[in-house]
Design a protein around this ligand. Sequence first.
Ligand code: G1P
Length: 291
Amino acid sequence: MVVRKAVIPAAGLGTRVLPATKAVPKELLPLADTPTIQYIVGEAAASGIEQITFVTSRTKRAIEDHFDEAPELRAALEIKGDPKRLAAIMRPVTLAAYCYVRQQRPLGLGHAVLCARPIIGEETFGVLLGDDLVDNDADPCLKQLIRVHERHGGCVLAVMRVPHAEVSRYGVVSLGERVEPGVHQITDLVEKPKLEEAPSDLIVIGRYVLTPSVFAALERTQAGAGGEIQLTDALCALIQSGERVFACEFKGKRYDTGDPVGLLTTSIAYALKRPDLAPGVIAYLKTLDLG
Ligand code: G1P
């Protein structure tokens, strides 16, 4: 089945980057001049996604504005004759078609995905979490997962190895049969395990391809780690009911923008990719005495 819809959960409080996120949605915090969520939407669009559903909450109205037309800004830039910035403000508007659904209470990632059910319906869809950026312009991470789904069906999760001491921050997978290089069937999944209970050092990052059967599993899922309805637990239930869920060791460099150091370092890394920004950043970095 062609994957043309995606869900971007964006209802979280962003407490790890307070006070920046007191009044500004964390998804709009910029890497240089571009909000992190625009990179996420760009990855989805480059992966063939045509319709994106944002799951938002009360304090996230500015996300809608970012992906909408801004007639007064447009008029001002037209009068000024600034085609470069005009293109920059129009880019987020044209990347995809957008839908918005509210998560009324912070009941967890699994619950946020379930909120999108009326819009997704019976289609296989992508999920992209806003804190995880994967740098691979030539072959976007979600596109890699979609190809695995096209070959093998089932749900597909992007996984990577991390140092053992870090596994408790993530969903951790146990691998079964290898179906092709870098792709295994998952036999078990556990959300934020204690270090000594983690089944491996392979963690799930925020890119998923999910079949619509996940919705029924989510409806049956009780609160788990952190008292929240976890997507990981619903996927575990799908595996136990015999559905195939795959782990794909994606190609690309993953950045976590969810905390201040991650946000700053990712900002530098992405500025260095930009021909218009890199020279200034490099010139500054060269002045630093890091010894
Ligand atoms: C979520 C998922 C977790 C995954 C992580 C990736 O956790 O629940 O399984 O490993 O994203 O970033 P969160 O970061 O929302 O706590």
